[in-house]
Design a binder for this molecule. Structure first.
Ligand SMILES: CC(=O)N[C@@H](Cc1ccc2ccccc2c1)C(=O)O
Ligand SMILES: [Mg+2]
Length: 369
């Protein structure tokens, strides 16, 4: 493939409501939208890093810089040999920066698939036309506000509720939601690393509520700690921030640190590694589900395709566009009986709306190859 230009657009998307987690509160989603221009097709992807290094060490200003000064030159060195399958190896010498590597591989894969007319779903091995949608519910100011929000999402058709928790907001909100919405509600929690092993007895208080999983209770580098916690609580542990590669997945599963994995292509360097994690987990009988990073429709389209692979057996955070945005960068993803439809067009299968993109673009950086 011969790339002519790579464009980086910094985009500010207002959120429909503040989203509070154990690491902070977001009122807008700032992303870097990447467009890869080749003679035959344009590839689109978004860098899922946040403006601040709070979910992970990556953040958008650093991502733009590492893309421009350290990653693109390594892709240019490939010349016409460049293909999506070669990107990860070409970028491997650069340590970390998984979300920056992911956005480049994904945009190049999109351009490649549009050239050959193959959809993301077909290329990755999707086996379903629609995927069940879960929703991530932030920390709120009161239990009644939380119950109203959960009732609203269930009325929209969401099939699984995930509650953000942190010390001081965990047992009581979980109890309230379980008691109000009954024993059949698919319910899980996400701590975003907020607890330590000293909290094990407290986290065991969640065992009676029949949660599907407890996501990333402790620090991302504490694999052994999660293996120890797993022996002290009944709720299955799911890892998110800890898993940055198929090797991490194999290590965590082998050590008993998790029995479920939240797969996010942005966190692991792209969709090709995400599929490898899916396969490693499947080989160990460990189910996976597709996590979310408040993506616009550009990243959402690719995530929905990934979520259709056979071992994605739990509803993901692949929510409708309206969960986050009044106006998406693409035609909105909308729930159909609690499911999202997998795009079937070439590449990511959705078109970026140029007027909307222009209206939320703060800056554009064009890198000629
Ligand atoms: C849907 C969901 O809960 N996502 C993340 C947390 C998260 C939340 C908010 C974010 C804002 C900007 C960038 C990354 C973000 C990640 C998670 O699963 O842990
Ligand atoms: Mg998470």
């Amino acid at each position: 493939m011969k790339i002519e230009t790579i464009e980086l657009r910094r985009v500010h998307m207002p959120l429909v409501r503040p989203f509070r987690t154990s690491f902070g509160t977001s009122t807008e989603r700032e992303v870097t939208v990447v467009r890869v221009i080749t003679a035959d097709a344009e590839g689109w992807a978004e860098c899922a890093a946040d403006a601040h290094p709070l979910y992970s060490s990556e953040f958008l200003d650093a991502s733009d810089l590492v893309i421009r000064d350290h990653l693109v030159p390594r892709l240019q060195a490939l010349g016409d040999r460049l293909s999506a399958e070669l990107v990860a190896t070409a970028l491997e010498p650069v340590k970390g920066h998984m979300m920056s590597k992911a956005v480049l591989e994904t945009a190049i894969l999109d351009a490649q698939l549009k050239t050959t007319g193959v959809s993301f779903g077909s290329h990755l091995g999707a086996v379903r036309d629609t995927v069940p949608a879960g929703v991530s519910v932030g920390i709120m100011d009161s239990i009644s506000e939380l119950l109203d929000a959960v009732a609203g999402y269930l009325a929209e058709g969401y099939l699984r509720i995930k509650l953000k928790i942190e010390p001081g907001w965990d047992v009581e909100p979980v109890r309230a939601v379980r008691e109000k919405f009954g024993p059949d509600l698919l319910l899980q929690v996400d701590a975003n690393t907020a607890y330590t092993l000293a909290d094990a007895r407290h986290l065991a208080l969640l065992d009676p509520f029949d949660l599907l999983l407890m996501e990333q209770p402790m620090k991302e580098d504490d694999i052994l700690g999660h293996a120890n916690l797993a022996k002290l609580i009944k709720t299955p542990i799911c890892l998110d921030e800890s898993i940055e590669s198929a090797r991490d997945a194999a290590t965590a599963i082998t050590l008993g640190a998790c029995s479920i994995i939240n797969v996010k292509p942005a966190r692991v360097g792209g969709y090709l590694e995400a599929r490898r994690i899916h396969d490693v987990a499947a080989a160990h009988g460990v189910p996976v589900w597709c996590g979310g990073m408040l993506e616009t429709g550009i990243g959402r389209a690719a995530n929905v395709a990934l979520a259709a692979l056979p071992n994605f057996v739990l509803p993901g955070d692949t929510s409708a566009s309206s969960r986050y945005f009044d106006q998406d960068l693409t035609a909105p993803f909308e729930l159909e009986n609690g499911h999202l439809r997998v795009p079937t067009g070439p590449g990511i299968g959705v078109e970026v709306l140029p007027d909307v993109l222009a209206s939320v673009t703060a800056s554009t950086d064009s890198i000629r190859f």
